[in-house]
Design a binder for this molecule. Structure first.
Ligand code: PGA
Length: 250
């Protein structure tokens, strides 16, 4: 059975003390985790280690970024090997902010996926269409191509370690959310693509998260959809109350 996942993408927010306070609050409110459900926090990279020291074993940490290179003279980058040495088990790959502001192409995303898998890190691979593409009704084709170009070089065994997040670019940080039906449409397309390539079992075991202005007021309706297995949460993850409310909705 596929996992339910609620992941908090803190982006470039929360310096050390604020981040520690949030972790203390989350630790207290997660004494018991629902079965087959994971809560993952993605702080900014330098905070991974200090937060690991205080994090409850019920919570997981992930990296917001990972280099496409193995190791060497790449100033400012963080390798899969280094993340693995810190005991980090997840990484975000292909987030639209990385694709847009840092020009990460599908080829770079593919390499990052590979670096994750070589280092026992599960990538949460983000896909999603910009507004223009949706307005032109090309969103299904656009997202399908991202999934194919970023992931379909993998074999079925490796694919078991993949989590996908559908994050329509027009919904990220804008307060606009895809309706449950709009999100479900794309999630189903993604699951069907995975089924065609890797078979029904792999497809049914793949967690597909929704991201883009997911908040306590819309989480329940989104998570009620058959192919939405949790959320990648930005703004609403910066506060324990709203993050836990979203977790309660899954
Ligand atoms: P948002 O961000 O919830 O603030 O829209 C989601 C994300 O970018 O992962």
């Amino acid at each position: 059975m596929r996992k339910k996942i609620i992941a908090g993408n803190w982006k470039m927010n929360l310096p050390l003390q604020k981040a520690m306070n949030l972790v203390f609050d989350l630790n207290q409110q997660t004494h018991e985790i629902k079965p087959n459900t994971q809560l993952i926090l993605f702080p900014t990279l330098p905070l991974l280690n200090p937060l690991k020291e205080i994090l409850s074993p019920n919570l997981f940490l992930g990296a917001q970024n990972i280099s496409q290179f193995v190791r060497g003279a790449y100033t400012g980058e963080v390798s899969g090997e280094i993340l693995d040495s810190l005991g980090i088990s997840y990484a975000l790959v292909g987030h639209s902010e990385r694709r847009h502001y840092f020009n990460e192409s599908d080829d770079v995303v593919l390499e990052k996926v590979n670096r994750c898998l070589e280092n026992n890190i599960k990538p949460i691979v983000c896909v999603g269409e910009p507004l223009k593409i949706r307005e032109n009704k090309q969103h299904i084709e656009f997202v399908s191509n991202q999934v194919i170009n970023n992931l379909f070089h993998l074999n079925a065994d490796d694919f078991e370690n993949i989590v996908i997040a559908y994050e329509p670019v027009w919904a990220i940080g804008t307060g606009k959310t895809a309706s449950p039906e709009q999100a479900q449409e794309i999630h189903k397309v993604i699951r069907n693509l995975v089924a065609d390539k890797y078979g029904n079992e792999v497809a049914n075991n793949t967690s597909i998260l929704y991201g883009g202005s997911c908040k306590p007021t819309n989480a329940k309706q989104l998570f009620a959809m058959p192919d939405i297995d949790g959320g990648l949460i930005g703004g609403a993850a910066l506060n324990a109350e709203s993050f836990i409310a979203i977790y309660d909705a899954v």
